[in-house]
Design a protein around this ligand. Structure first.
Ligand SMILES: Nc1ncnc2c1ncn2[C@@H]1O[C@H](COP(=O)(O)OP(=O)(O)O)[C@@H](O)[C@H]1O
Ligand SMILES: [Mg+2]
Length: 277
């Protein structure tokens, strides 16, 4: 069976006055209806990989690939109109901070309703019912009340759940979550991850979960890609992480604090120039 998503030799670069910044330098992977984690430190090219799939790369960036294919659609050559209609309906992306994704002057409910009605021909009444059901699915208590609130009237955790509801309302097949919990408190982080995990398995979606937190990613993804300086340095089943071969992955594992142990100071990752070769 063909995978839902094929990424082959993806490159994203930014021409600047001082030269070319190569953000992604030849990334390849495939994805089915499974949960794939992408981890790596800040600047390793995780977001630009997600954005290239989503078609949200900045206009001045150069994107090339041997193949960038979603369900038989060549994303590299697809007209802008096709890419726009894929976004939100079949491929959705959740970003780190709901502040930048929710419209501050529109009620949460109306944003979800409008998203749904952009992609599906449903009555206002049905859209409202489905939006409220979706708010309930992301475990917002009293969804009918939250429906009428504006983003600034809810907590960060609730805003992030509302964002997830908005992104999932049209029933996408592929969800790209780019550090969706980094702006949240640790306890709320786990709630949001659990909700995402449940929705992804119930709806049979493919998930790309981007994070710098190897522990979080390995706790619920099936497979993990480790990026360093724009490249994949290791791809490994989450259950096999303790057998990771690349020293960078091992370093990330060693830098994770473990509950109950008392290591002072935490080991610092000792980067080698050849990892970025
Ligand atoms: N609009 C841009 N213009 C120039 N360089 C950029 C731009 N966006 C990202 N980059 C560069 O691309 C690299 C990878 O960025 P990104 O994919 O956001 O990393 P990550 O998500 O892993 O933190 C970084 O070095 C970053 O500085
Ligand atoms: Mg990022």
């Amino acid at each position: 069976m063909n995978p839902m998503l094929t990424v082959d030799d993806l490159k994203v670069s930014f021409p600047t006055r001082t030269g070319l910044i190569e953000a992604v330098r030849g990334v390849s992977f495939t994805l089915g209806r499974e949960r794939l984690g992408i981890v790596g430190e800040s600047g390793s090219g995780k977001s630009q990989t997600g954005r290239a799939i989503m078609g949200l790369t900045p206009a001045h960036a150069k994107v090339t690939a041997g193949k960038l294919n979603f369900d038989g659609i060549d994303l590299l050559t697809a007209p802008a109109k096709v890419r726009r209609s894929l976004r939100g309906s079949r491929i959705a992306m959740i970003l780190q901070d709901p502040k930048y994704s929710l419209n501050p002057v529109m009620s949460i409910g109306r944003q979800i309703v409008e998203t749904l009605r952009t992609h599906e021909n449903v009555s206002k009444r049905e859209a409202r019912d489905r939006a409220i059901a979706m708010l309930e699915a992301v475990q917002i208590r009293d969804p009918a009340r939250v429906f009428d609130l504006h983003p600034h009237e809810v907590s960060g955790g609730m805003g992030q759940r509302a964002m997830i509801a908005m992104m999932l309302i049209a029933g996408p097949e592929l969800l790209i979550a780019d550090e969706p919990t980094s702006a949240l408190d640790v306890t709320v982080q786990l709630d949001v991850v659990r909700i995402l995990d449940k929705l992804v398995s119930e709806r049979g979606m493919g998930l790309i979960f981007i994070s710098h937190d190897l522990r979080l990613v390995s706790s619920f993804c099936d497979r993990v890609i480790v990026m360093y300086a724009g490249r994949i340095v290791e791809e490994i089943a989450a259950s096999e992480l303790s057998n990771a071969r690349h020293p960078y992955t091992q370093g990330l594992l060693n830098c994770m604090p473990t509950l109950g142990t008392d290591r002072h100071p935490l080991p610092v990752l000792d980067r080698k120039p050849e990892w970025a070769a």
